[in-house]
Design a protein around this ligand. Structure first.
Ligand code: MSP
Length: 469
């Protein structure tokens, strides 16, 4: 087992304000970082997130607002930071690709790849999707439009660009995947990548002539570095320019959504192989959710912000509902109506009620519990395999069982003091163990429960999760 854990989220485009899609990945990373901090010690965990600020998408959005791209990025970046504060996201560093320290590392890494002969000048002609910030291939097109951005007309572009020898590098990438030098999870995603690698992979353009909002190509300042190359390098650059962080490279886990798997599983690895840098150990691509069966989008007006969730369910309610909505790794659907019902069922009626019932029963009594920090082995296994949904499901079953135990034993009827102490002692111990298991997921709730049951006298307080009407 490694003695350190470095987890990353994608760095989000600043053309968009934070929504619960971004929150989903960031929250999963937060849970893992919190878990590993307990396991390995705070100083051995590094949790990196940030914003992707260059490229056409951002400069276009800034132009529409009539401000400079930098001013625009500054304002949206702070919205991401605000959202993460609201959701109690404990990132260790927030990287911005417009930081000169990042730009310096990008420049030197690219120069290295160029010097090794993996980059050459050529002409590109094709369709570009600004939504994806990429040139479209045949398989990306449906009726002449990008599959992911059907309402954006792809732009015809022809220009002299620098190209990465991806066709050659992709063979090495495939070799590394097959030799399990790094892992792509879930398995179906790995097979997808292998399938694509075994068919024809073309060289890709890694610079732009007509885009000024980017990092200049070091050996030809008339071009800027392709935004995706600049962005991917963030994972590495943060470990190089921050003091004392070099020990964290290679990354242990890149958490991403399945939309950006090819970039992470292939292009990123190709760049690192070309530069002679160690490869990250694991890439996990989770699925996408829809909202009430529909894609979440500006045009449909169904975008949900993290703030909306926190206002309605509280920070831990929001965290619980997002992660317990569907298995991590699968695609799923989210609906506020179902969130309301699940909040009431799982949090107000099950967990919240269990805690209040037991606290009330213990009031005025002297229940002494030696707090054990022991965590069930299955729990660790589930988290380490990223079955975050499974962990919450399992905790919920334990809550249901504990409530049933109360119904069955009817402690309010027990006259024998010894027996009463045994029943309540069991319950308090169980609740403290649940608080322990929930700590990475619901940090505030877990702390409240611990305070309530490990203080000098147990006293019923405010409900943890007030019922929604
Ligand atoms: N800037 C690039 C990433 C560069 S990483 C080197 C980017 N940014 S993004 O703002 O578009 O964020 C994409 C990510 O947001 C997805 O990979 C996923 O983590 C998250 N999600 C966005 N919508 C989502 C859903 N509907 N469902 C789940 N996750 C979603 O791509």
């Amino acid at each position: 087992m490694d003695k350190k854990f470095f987890v990353t989220t994608p760095i989000y485009y600043v053309n968009d304000v934070p929504h619960i899609g971004h929150a989903y990945t960031t929250l999963a990373a937060d849970i893992l970082a919190r878990y590993y901090r307990e396991k390995l010690g705070r100083e051995n965990v590094f949790f990196l997130t940030g914003t992707d600020e260059h490229g056409q998408k951002v400069s276009q959005a800034a132009k529409e607002k009539g401000v400079s791209p930098k001013e625009f990025s500054d304002s949206v970046t702070s919205r991401f930071k605000d959202a993460w504060r609201l959701l109690n996201i404990s990132y260790d560093y927030f990287i911005r690709t417009t930081d000169p320290k990042h730009e310096k590392i990008v420049t030197s890494l690219l120069q290295k790849i160029y010097d090794k002969g993996y980059i050459y000048k050529g002409t590109y002609e094709g369709l570009y999707c600004i939504g994806c910030e990429k040139f479209l291939t045949e398989s990306d097109l449906v009726g002449g439009r990008c599959l992911l951005h059907p309402n954006k007309e792809p732009v015809k572009q022809k220009e002299d660009n620098y190209f990465l020898r991806l066709s050659e590098l992709s063979k090495k990438v495939l070799g590394k995947i097959e030799e399990e030098e790094y892992e792509i999870l879930p398995k179906e995603r790995k097979n997808e990548v292998i399938g694509r690698l075994k068919s024809r992979v073309e060289d890709i353009s890694i610079s732009r002539g007509g885009v000024s909002w980017g990092i200049p190509v070091p050996w030809d300042k008339s071009q800027t570095i392709y935004v995706w190359v600049d962005a991917l390098i963030n994972y590495y650059s943060a470990t190089q320019f921050l003091e004392g962080k070099t020990k964290f490279w290679p990354a242990d886990l890149h958490l991403i959504g399945k939309d950006i798997l090819w970039f992470h599983a292939v292009i990123w690895q190709a760049l690192l192989i070309a530069a002679g840098v160690d490869l990250p150990k694991k890439i996990f691509a989770h699925g996408f959710f829809t909202i009430d069966g529909q894609k979440m989008s500006k045009s449909l007006g169904n975008i949900i912000s993290p703030k909306q969730l926190v206002d309605r369910y509280g920070v831990d309610g929001a965290r619980y509902l997002l992660i317990s909505a569907y298995p991590f790794g699968d695609d799923g659907d989210i609906s506020l109506k179902r969130f309301d019902a699940k909040y009431n069922a799982d949090l107000a009626d099950a967990l919240g009620n269990l805690v209040s019932r037991v606290a009330k029963l213990c009031e005025g009594l002297n229940i002494k519990i030696s707090q054990s920090k022991k965590i069930p082995a299955r729990y660790c296994e589930d988290i380490e395999h990223l079955d975050l949904y499974g962990v919450l499901n399992n905790v919920h079953s334990q809550v249901i069982l504990a409530n049933r135990y109360i119904d069955k034993n009817e402690p309010w009827k027990i006259k024998n003091q010894k027996k009463l102490n045994a029943v309540l002692g069991y319950l308090v111990k169980k609740i403290l163990s649940l608080a322990n298991q929930l700590r990475p997921f619901l940090p505030e709730t877990s702390e409240k429960i611990e305070k309530l049951f490990s203080g000098p006298g147990i006293k019923l307080g405010e409900p943890l999760f007030p019922r929604l009407r």
